[in-house]
Design a protein around this ligand. Structure first.
Ligand SMILES: [Zn+2]
Length: 96
């Protein structure tokens, strides 16, 4: 494309560049917002993750204390459980 023919005056060309720049700025803001949302979501997932001891079935709460499942006050619908080993069982079952 011959720009000399397409754009008869420089104002038209400048406006076109401005529009493209604004579009990029907008896209950047949306991308940044998406990344922030994703980071927030993964942080929340980590915060909502609890370990259950494979041996004694105690669950680690958000204060890093190991409690019986009946003593856990977290909203169970919001937490994800993963298997682990509590310090006591690590001593008696794993490291003995
Ligand atoms: Zn245990």
């Amino acid at each position: 494309m011959d720009l000399r023919i397409q754009f008869s005056n420089s104002k038209e060309l400048i406006n076109l560049f401005k529009e493209a720049k604004d579009e990029h700025i907008e896209e950047y803001a949306v991308t940044k917002q998406t990344i922030t949302e994703l980071q927030k979501n993964s942080l929340q997932k980590v915060k909502n993750m609890r370990l259950i001891c494979s041996y004694c079935k105690q669950i680690q709460n958000d204060q890093d204390e190991w409690k019986k499942a009946s003593e856990i006050t977290d909203d169970l619908s919001k937490i994800t459980i993963s298997h682990g080993v509590c310090p006591e069982c690590y001593k008696t079952e794993v490291y003995s």
